[in-house]
Design a protein around this ligand. Structure first.
Ligand SMILES: NC(=O)c1ccc[n+]([C@@H]2O[C@H](COP(=O)([O-])OP(=O)(O)OC[C@H]3O[C@@H](n4cnc5c(N)ncnc54)[C@H](O)[C@@H]3O)[C@@H](O)[C@H]2O)c1
Length: 429
């Protein structure tokens, strides 16, 4: 099939690369000419395991090409994916301006039947909005269908997730579009659920809100465990064996973040409000998450006293391991809170330092974990990168001013660290 991807970010690039990998002809277009120039020369602008190999392989065979020419991309394709960003606007609702710009470009380029796929996370009713925009433009009166097809990939394992999805959600009332979508996704060997567009749009918001709620829930339990002397890891294990609950998303820590959960939860609260429903549960989920980041700072204060002039070493900046994405990362928020208390920060991340540089003015970004530890009053682990498990902790201890290690992800071996003489702190234990 001939496919055009509009918006070559985390979702668009992975979608394009994986569809090329299974044999489709893919044109990836973006308004960011720098990004497209880099991609043309084989430079992958994001860190995502396995992505570079797939892009390079398919670029060589010409199955994936990169361009800024949206009109040509659309005209040469039968299936158009919209994968542009939908960041929050000033009211915390999803900003549809990029989607609308893309829809306008599609309307101008229409030259035959096309299935236009809303893959970006878009507010309830957006399938209709995009359909209406293209129809109303009346520039080219070709038949087309707009379909909602939300994406569930996780950064850090995006390629794997895209190639092996749990399910495919397709929101459309058109038989013809449903057939095209089924043909497109059949090779993925996953259940394809065809439903009305609003339900499909809601699946995405509801899933993210549910996952965020699960994390906030376990963080609340963790905070109670600390007060009563329980261990949240044991509690989560005991809960997880219940098949109705499961083990995933039950790790207590510094709170959830990333480019999706925060903005999608806030957007769902806002949408519910607009439809006259006060989504108190989700508001609580969001509030617990904000409190959790401040709670981490309070615990650092309990360990060090007044933070003014204290040196704090940070391990991890990305919102989760295996990605360079720092959007709404709890680590970044916590660093801002610590700095507001007067702390001096040295931070290390295996891949997110370049992205963090733009946001973290006044923070010393260092080249390895040992540099972060050197002459620090505490070492704070904020992202659970695997490589932090391999550190020479004897050396880390010798570099620290005080041997305090606060593992906010409950990731390291607490007993081993205590045996080495560390004062070890975790969350909910
Ligand atoms: N990142 C994730 O893990 C993830 C997972 C599932 C769903 N989503 C959703 O997918 C969407 C995209 O997210 P992302 O993280 O890939 O965003 P991103 O910011 O990484 O990429 C968006 C891209 O769209 C481009 N763009 C903007 N306007 C354009 C236009 N008019 N024409 C062409 N290109 C344009 C931008 O230049 C950018 O390269 C969002 O709605 C997001 O909520 C993201």
């Amino acid at each position: 099939m001939k496919i055009c991807i509009i918006g070559v970010g985390y979702v668009g690039l992975v979608t394009g690369a994986c569809l090329a990998e299974i044999g489709h002809d893919v044109i990836c277009v973006d308004i960011d000419s720098d990004k497209i120039s880099k991609l043309k020369t084989g430079i992958i602008p994001i860190y995502e395991p396995g992505l570079e190999e797939i892009v390079t392989r398919n670029q060589k065979t010409g199955r994936i090409i990169f361009s800024t020419d949206i009109m040509a991309g659309v005209q040469k394709s039968d299936i158009i994916f919209i994968t542009v960003g939908t960041p929050p606007d000033e009211t915390e609702a999803a900003d549809l301006s990029h989607v609308k710009a893309a829809a306008g470009e599609i309307a101008r380029a229409m030259n035959g039947y096309k299935v236009i796929i809303n893959k970006s996370t878009m507010p309830l009713g957006s399938t209709k909005v995009v359909q209406g925009m293209i129809e109303e433009s009346k520039i080219n009166l070709h038949h087309f269908d707009v379909v909602s097809n939300p994406e569930f990939l996780r950064e850090g394992s995006a390629v794997e997730d895209f190639l092996h999805p749990d399910r495919i959600i397709v929101g459309t009332g058109s038989q013809k579009a449903a057939e095209v979508m089924t043909e497109l996704y059949l090779p993925f060997n996953a259940p394809i659920l065809i439903m009305d567009p609003v339900s499909a749009e809601m699946v995405k918001y509801a899933s993210n809100a549910f996952l965020a709620t699960k994390i906030s829930f376990i963080n609340a339990i963790a905070n109670i465990c600390e007060k009563v002397g329980g261990d949240v890891r044991q509690v989560a294990l005991g809960m997880g064996y219940d098949k109705r609950i499961g083990f995933e998303f039950l790790n207590a820590g510094p709170g959830w973040g990333g480019s999706c959960l925060p903005k999608d939860c806030k957007a769902l609260v806002k949408m519910a409000e607009n439809y006259g429903y006060d989504f108190q549960l989700l508001k609580g989920t969001i509030q617990i998450n904000e409190n959790q980041k401040r709670f981490i700072v309070t615990k650092v204060q309990e360990l060090l006293g007044d933070l003014k002039g204290k040196d704090i070493g940070i391990l991890g900046l990305s919102f989760k391991p295996n990605t360079d994405d720092i959007r709404d990362s709890p680590a970044i928020d916590i660093i801002h809170h610590l700095r507001a208390e007067g702390a001096l920060i040295k931070a290390y991340d295996p891949v997110a330092v370049d992205n963090a540089r733009r946001t973290l003015k006044g923070v010393k970004l260092v080249h390895d974990a040992y540099e972060a530890a050197k002459d620090s009053d505490i070492l704070l682990l904020l992202t659970e990168w695997d490589q932090f498990k391999q550190l020479d902790f004897k050396r880390v201890k010798s570099l620290l001013r005080k041997p305090i290690l606060f593992d906010t992800r409950n990731f390291l071996d607490a007993n081993a660290l205590r045996n080495l003489g560390f004062i070890h702190k975790g969350v909910g234990r």
